[in-house]
Design a protein around this ligand. Structure first.
Ligand SMILES: Cc1cc2nc3c(=O)[nH]c(=O)nc-3n(C[C@H](O)[C@H](O)[C@H](O)COP(=O)(O)OP(=O)(O)OC[C@H]3O[C@@H](n4cnc5c(N)ncnc54)[C@H](O)[C@@H]3O)c2cc1C
Length: 203
């Protein structure tokens, strides 16, 4: 492979994306459309990029309904909007033990957790900012663990979606130009990180 994309991450994406889309359809309120041919791809490769909820109403419903389905599975499951994570919350030894966050009304939450998955969307498509602040996207291993500068993983912190998208690309290019790839990676990396975090929690 040319460039300095992480080969094992590209492989993980290619091998894991089909399974992820199947998982979204079988378990959650996602419905993918038939293959579509991308008009922006000169090779005419079929890309499978379009999806909605199962009533084919909207993408937003696919996410909102799926979150409600997850919430209904366990009384402890929950999600909140208008809550901005401000920093990772650490113990005296520096281990990550949760997230500090501010609600829209100023209330500060300290949320304790065994694992933290960071999915904050990178810098909204700014390759320049992503390069400046994260060196092209936060580095991850194939378990989606955040890697420290020395290459060792932070075992209970996972990075997904655009926050880690640079690992699929060459330096100075944090975002892919092929439609479908960015969301495909967000969904695939999110599923993998969630499964790994759950497995680590279960021991
Ligand atoms: C107009 C447009 C069209 C696009 N079309 C396509 C397409 O056709 N195909 C494709 O593959 N991709 C497309 N993309 C790109 C795709 O939407 C993104 O790559 C994808 O949504 C990235 O997913 P993500 O989960 O990493 O981040 P996001 O979807 O950006 O989600 C990040 C979330 O984190 C929240 N957040 C950020 N900081 C904090 C914080 N501190 N505390 C709490 N929450 C926080 C944000 O509010 C946001 O809700 C498009 C993007 C745009 C803008």
């Amino acid at each position: 492979m040319d460039g300095d994309a992480k080969e094992e991450i590209v492989k993980l994406f290619i091998e894991g994306s089909g399974e992820t889309f199947g998982w979204l359809e079988e378990n959650w309120d996602f419905q993918f459309l038939d293959n579509m041919f991308a008009f922006y791809d000169v090779h005419g490769w079929p890309l499978w990029t379009m999806y909605n909820d199962k009533t084919m109403t909207s993408k937003d419903l696919a996410y909102a309904n799926s979150m409600e389905m997850a919430k209904a599975m366990n009384e402890k499951n929950d999600y909140m909007t208008e809550l901005t994570a401000t920093k990772l919350f650490k113990d005296d030894e520096g281990n990550v033990i949760g997230v500090e966050a501010e609600y829209y009304d100023g209330t500060i939450y300290q949320i304790y957790a065994d694992s933290v998955i960071i999915a904050a969307g990178g810098y909204i498509g700014s390759a320049e900012m992503t390069q400046k602040y994260t060196g092209g996207g936060l580095d991850v291993d194939t378990d989606m663990h955040l890697l420290k500068e020395d290459g060792t993983p932070v075992e209970n912190v996972y990075i997904v979606g655009n926050d880690s998208l640079g690992t699929l690309n060459e330096s100075n290019k944090a975002y892919v130009t092929y439609g479908g790839c960015a969301q495909g990676w967000a969904l695939t990396s999110g599923r993998l990180a969630g499964a790994n975090a759950a497995a680590a929690f279960a021991g």
